[in-house]
Design a protein around this ligand. Structure first.
Ligand code: BG6
Length: 472
């Protein structure tokens, strides 16, 4: 059947600064947090590769952006790298040369008929602020971030009309300080939740600044809220497990962004477990007064949970999974390369939930995509990667999204991760996500994949054909 999106719905793509640009020409002392993660833990990055060269997009953007347009990208979310744009982190002065680079970047998008969407942080916290203040643990870093945001709004607000404060603000505190999965691999929940809270406050500060400046356009934040699915919703133990997981991995960021307050259960459990951050009246005012215009939702896989096993060990530092276990659902579809479940219906469920519980606020699927290993093996005689699996993946996700939109969900776009192959955290170039291939065997040559032609047709007609979707 044919799916048609309404006018105003835009198909686009994304890419992260540090995962694509490469660290060319950076000033000494201007490294960012992902660079540090790589430097300190190189041996655990796939094949020892990190963000130094990445996709070399910083130097090749004038070649890449026309390819993005050929792949049908109509709206493009990219991000400034704080450590490039700002010259002196304390004084918040702008690095004129780098500011000019981003200005040219925006012009290049516009000249190619692509609407620029600008995000202010995809984890590129300056290493210097991490070392000096423990990053977002400090309110001073929040002040510096708000000043950085002000400089960016001033500089590019003439051409950029859609802004996002952060991409996935939960990820660094969660993976680095709570779960201990990424360097520095710590289990310090109090610190993790403090970082998270200050990133929530920083979001509100940036929104307030944007509005005070009277800039035309919209501002929001990009989250990766987990869509939590209980093993058996009718089982009270499973339902409670899902409620807690939802408070920590959906509500902790979506609620303050859209409703201006945290879920009560989140605060209650943090307090019970000695992890509640300092909370001021000014925070409360800020959050209430500065909710988002638009919400970005990055979605890759659902979070399936079940009741916690009896007698689970709670002797170590607090972790939200004291209240639930992951549920490995038999028969689930998997992307074996990334180890993530493929469950496109979540986009429908997310859309309906936002419609029901969040005032049907404008939202965008700000990341969705499929990372595949060894894509070279799918090349045809002309060297073009025949990524039909990616086309099917996107089409099925779009089909569910379209159903939600038809039923009134206020979704305005779908951005594929990613425009071009790029360097994943830890997995580096193992799994490829792009519509455009980066051929690392041949001087990082670029080539459109088969999916690019399909994507172009879909974006330009705002429609596509796919099977009728049914309840899985
Ligand atoms: C998102 C991030 O969570 O997932 C991206 O915003 C990331 O930075 C993407 O690259 C895909 O995950 P991964 O780990 O396979 O690169």
């Amino acid at each position: 059947m044919r799916y048609q999106f309404p006018e105003g719905f835009k198909i686009g793509a994304t890419g992260a600064g540090w995962q694509m640009e490469g660290e060319f020409g950076k000033k000494a002392g201007h490294e960012h947090f992902p660079h540090l993660m790589y430097q300190m833990d190189k041996e655990n990055w796939y094949q020892g590769v990190g963000p130094e060269v990445a996709s070399d997009h910083y130097r090749r953007f004038q070649q890449d952006i026309p390819l993005f347009r050929q792949a049908g990208i109509l709206q493009y979310r990219f991000n400034l790298d704080w450590t490039r744009f700002i010259d002196d982190f304390e004084a918040c002065t702008v690095n004129e040369q780098e500011a000019e680079h981003y200005s040219k970047y925006i012009d290049c998008l516009l000249e190619n008929g692509i609407e620029p969407v600008l995000c202010l942080e995809h984890w590129e916290l300056p290493k210097a602020l991490y070392e000096r203040y423990d990053g977002y643990a400090s309110r001073h870093t929040v002040d510096l971030y708000a000043e950085y945001a002000r400089q960016a709004f001033r500089r590019y607000g003439d051409r950029v009309k859609m802004w996002f404060c952060f991409n996935e603000p939960i990820v660094i505190p969660q993976l680095c300080f709570l779960d201990g999965s990424w360097w520095p691999k710590l289990h310090e929940p109090k610190r993790a939740f403090l970082w998270m809270h200050h990133k929530v406050v920083a979001t509100a500060r940036a929104i307030e600044t944007f509005r005070q400046l009277g800039r035309e356009g919209e501002i929001g934040t990009i989250l990766n809220p987990s869509y939590v699915v209980p093993r058996d919703a009718a089982n009270p133990g499973d339902a409670y497990a899902a409620k807690v997981a939802d408070a920590f991995y959906w509500g902790s960021f979506v609620d303050p962004a859209v409703k201006g307050q945290y879920p009560a259960l989140y605060l209650e459990l943090l307090e019970q477990n000695g992890c509640l951050f300092d909370w001021t009246q000014e925070d409360e005012r800020l959050l209430k007064a500065n909710t988002v215009d638009v919400l970005g939702v990055n979605y890759y896989q659902p979070m399936r949970v079940k009741q916690k096993e009896e007698g689970a060990d709670r002797s170590g530092p607090f972790h939200p999974n004291w209240y639930f276990d992951g549920y490995d659902m038999p028969g689930k579809r998997m992307n074996p390369f990334r180890g993530w479940e493929i469950y496109p219906k979540s986009l429908y469920d997310i859309g309906k939930r936002i419609q029901r519980e969040y005032g049907n606020i404008k939202w965008i699927v700000s990341e969705s995509g499929m990372g595949v290993q060894n894509e070279q093996k799918y090349k045809d005689a002309n060297g073009v990667i025949q990524d039909d699996y990616r086309i099917d993946f996107i089409a099925e996700h779009l089909a569910w999204l379209s159903k939600a939109v038809q039923e009134g969900s206020n979704c305005h776009g779908y951005w594929l991760f990613a425009s071009i192959d790029n360097c994943s955290p830890y997995n580096a170039f193992k799994n490829r996500y792009g519509l455009v291939e980066v051929d690392r065997e041949h001087g990082l040559e670029r080539r459109l994949k088969k999916s690019a032609a399909w994507y172009k047709q879909t974006a330009e007609s705002n429609s596509f054909c796919f099977d009728e979707v049914r309840e899985p």
